[in-house]
Design a protein around this ligand. Structure first.
Ligand code: HEM
Length: 199
């Protein structure tokens, strides 16, 4: 059965997988936001050690998810395949190197993620969507006095135009995909699993 169609019984709105993901993972976002060290960028109190810890945590998690997407990208539609790269972990690697932390010293993390289209989409949703929060966070970096010796922030530095354009492109592609019910559920489970890696 296709929930893209059968979910619309009481509504004129077409079913949106992205809205469904956003609603179903709202609590995960709240917890991730509360627990994430980036909150100390927003209140400007972050220390260099906390910043390094945040970069390390993000590096291992983004690399894990980017690698999972890369290895299985043949399951994705071609236009989405071309968006799969190591941009986020690459930017984090540069930030760590600038602080004299070799990325190969960062503890690797693993997950048991099913390999299905739904799981790939749910995982990609979390790492792409997370860049929206990054835009807000980037505005506070220059007020963090403990980070004022760092000249360039590759990951959190914020490129509002390219992040926004990338997110729009991602949303347009994903909304064009029709998923069976089982895969919609798989996408929510995968998104939740990825959020939990950021806690
Ligand atoms: C201090 C930490 C964080 C802040 C302040 C923050 C803030 C935000 C903001 C302002 C948005 C855009 C809201 C909207 O348009 O509705 C957003 C969206 C999002 N964030 Fe965060 N975020 C944080 C941490 C995270 C983390 C750790 C993750 C997971 C990696 C994450 C994943 C997402 C996702 C998936 C979206 C897209 C929501 C959607 O429109 O579907 N965020 N965040």
């Amino acid at each position: 059965m296709n929930r893209n169609l059968d979910n619309n019984t009481h509504s004129d709105q077409p079913f949106s997988i992205l809205k469904h993901l956003k609603q179903s993972t709202a609590e995960h976002h709240r917890i991730a936001e509360q627990g994430n060290l980036a909150k100390y960028i927003i209140d400007h109190s972050i220390t260099e050690d906390q910043y390094i810890e945040l970069l390390k945590k993000n590096y291992s998690t983004y690399l894990l998810v980017e690698n999972y997407l890369f290895v299985h990208k043949n399951l994705l539609p071609t236009d989405l395949q071309s968006m799969i790269n190591f941009e986020k972990s690459g930017a984090l690697q540069k930030d760590l190197l600038a602080l004299s932390v070799a990325s190969n010293s960062v503890t690797k993390t693993t997950f048991e993620m099913p390999v299905t289209l739904g799981a790939l989409l749910g995982s990609a949703y979390v790492i792409e969507g997370s860049m929206l929060g990054g835009l807000l966070i980037s505005k506070h970096l220059s007020s963090c006095k403990n980070l004022n010796t760092i000249t360039t922030h590759h990951f959190f530095g914020g490129q509002p135009k390219s992040h926004t354009a990338r997110w729009k492109k991602f949303c347009n592609i994903v909304e064009g995909i029709t998923l069976p019910s089982k895969e919609i559920d798989a996408s929510v489970h995968a998104a939740a699993q990825v959020f939990e890696k950021f806690y």
